[in-house]
Ligand binder design. Structure first.
Ligand SMILES: [Zn+2]
Length: 534
């Protein structure tokens, strides 16, 4: 059998990814992300630009216990100064990483216009910088900025630039599609040309997603001979993002075309950490994960519609390209008006609710779901509400907070900018009447704070609800005119990191919100096995 060639994975979430609008990692966040990438098993973690800002400098000053190689980033030496006397290069050398990645110009247009130096001076900056790091025993990688545009504009010069680094001992020459405008067949052609001059196991690829082709361009480059891949988690990066490693890694490991030729440091069984790794980044960025993300999105293996579902039940291969568990994701069966009994049964199964498939309560549940969908409920995106509905029907959910009544008041003084809301909730817990009051900038906020601010008052339930967090709140108006119905979807979480979705529907927006919120609270209490209200 032929020896498998190795593909190296180079993550730049912490460097190129952090160039993104609205992204500003703290030192602790950088450490968490680096540890997560290390656990996944990438070869290189480019962690930042030492000397460029205090966070990056501090990151490199700290000791890290990682199997992945840390990489310090920087740019080629300044014109008219020796490499030894360049402050930028010293900061990178002082960070003491085994590997360094240095960006330099390879597009003559940029050399003329952006740097305003001669083409020869640029070549000298590249070769002198390479020499400097190789002499200091660093694994040297040259990020050939705008290589593809440079190649199209002045092929000879672009090739001279990468030769300048290669001839001085660079370990990797990384071809960058910095503006992200190159298409897969162009990448394949150009990389094929380059590997005639510099061996493919010295060539890396760094793409951007401006034509939605960053992943495809990366795969094309590998096909043409490149053996290092640069990208970021979830494709984080400026403008339209970088190549998404979360999509590329499983493709290389699981798809026959690549699997037969290549191996990675990441083993197949480590892929089951992929979904968690992707979600961690979203959590740190306080972003809602993309449901439709390939491999790791919550919809990536969700099935709706009776026919699909019954086929998936027979054999998941009918509508799934891989088994979701390999990448740490799971199959979800969406319940909807189109669905029959098989949908409900699979969904009960995924909730680990054991029930005989001929139990008459299943038809009753199906009727209830259909009735509720008719008035505006949709359980597609509200797992927790669906579970509560089911378990209540099966008498598995006790009564928790008994709400006797609630009031919400909204007021605004015309010469005031703020609108204030006040909520008052009358509860009964274990026979005792309790009033909880709260204020907020909106009615839902006020209801939520009435419960949250009075955790100590609500007796035995207080402790269970302390870490309940509302992450997102969505309102949709369903029909027009005076009979409009409001559907509210709430996304909640707690310290365990689990996320659940609840729904409320009513002609009144406050009542719809209240129902969704109450479901979230009930779900949390059920999940924590809180005692019944007596
Ligand atoms: Zn980039």
């Amino acid at each position: 059998m032929r020896e498998l060639e190795k593909i190296y994975i180079f993550d730049t979430t912490l460097r190129d990814g952090s160039q993104t609008q609205g992204v500003n990692f703290t030192l602790d966040e950088k450490i968490r992300i680096a540890e997560s990438l290390n656990k996944l098993g990438v070869d290189y973690i480019e962690a930042g630009w030492p000397g460029a800002n205090p966070t990056d400098t501090n990151f490199f000053n700290k000791k890290h216990n990682l199997n992945s190689s840390l990489v310090a980033f920087g740019m080629t030496k300044k014109t008219g100064r020796s490499a030894d006397n360049d402050r930028g290069l010293s900061a990178i050398l002082n960070s003491n990483t085994k590997s360094v990645c240095i960006v330099g110009k390879t597009w003559d247009f940029h050399v003329d216009v952006a740097l305003n130096i001669s083409k020869e001076e640029n070549l000298e900056n590249i070769s002198e910088t390479t020499k400097h790091f190789v002499k200091n025993k660093r694994e040297f990688m040259f990020d050939a900025e705008h290589f593809f545009d440079g190649y199209k504009n002045n092929k000879d010069y672009a090739l001279q630039c990468i030769r300048a680094a290669y001839d001085e001992g660079a370990t990797w020459i990384v071809l960058c599609d910095t503006n992200g405008g190159t298409l897969p067949f162009e990448v394949e052609k150009i990389v094929s040309d380059v590997v005639k001059i510099i061996p493919g196991n010295k060539i890396g690829i760094h793409t951007h997603n401006d034509t939605e082709n960053a992943v495809a361009n990366t795969l094309s480059a590998i096909n043409a001979g490149a053996r290092q891949i640069q990208g970021t988690l979830n494709g984080l990066g400026e403008r339209c993002g970088n190549a998404n490693l979360v999509s590329i890694i499983p493709t290389l490991i699981l798809k026959d075309f690549f699997k037969k030729k290549f191996k990675l440091k990441i083993e197949e069984n480590n892929l089951n950490y992929l979904t968690e790794c992707s979600r961690l980044l979203d959590e740190i960025l306080n972003r809602k994960p993309n449901n439709h993300a390939a491999y790791v999105g919550s919809s990536a293996f969700s099935h709706k519609g009776g026919l699909h579902v019954s086929a998936v039940e027979k054999n998941p291969k009918t509508y799934e390209h891989i088994n979701p568990e390999i990448v740490g994701n799971r199959r979800s069966i969406v319940v909807s008006d189109q669905s029959g009994k098989s949908n409900i049964l699979s969904r009960l199964d995924s909730l680990k609710i054991k029930i005989d498939k001929n139990d008459p309560r299943i038809s009753k549940l199906l009727d209830q779901v259909k009735d509720r969908e008719f008035i505006g409920y949709s359980y597609d995106g509200a797992d927790a509400s669906f579970e509560l509905l089911t378990r209540r029907l099966l008498n598995q959910v006790p009564d928790y907070l008994k709400i006797k009544k609630y009031e919400v008041r909204v007021h605004k003084n015309l010469d005031d900018i703020d609108i204030n809301s006040e909520a008052k909730i009358h509860l009964n817990i274990d026979g005792k009447d309790i009033i909880c009051e709260g204020t907020g900038n909106g009615p839902v906020h006020a209801i939520d704070s009435a419960i949250r601010k009075n955790i100590s008052k609500i007796g035995k339930y207080g402790n269970y609800l302390k870490d309940l967090k509302l992450l997102d709140y969505k309102v949709r108006i369903l029909n027009t005119g005076t009979n409009a119905t409001t559907r509210v979807l709430i996304e909640s979480s707690d310290n365990s990191g689990s996320i659940w979705y609840t729904i409320g529907v009513s002609p009144n927006i406050i009542e719809a919100s209240f129902r969704a919120l109450l479901d979230s609270i009930d779900y949390k209490l059920f999940k924590e096995k809180a005692p019944a209200n007596i």
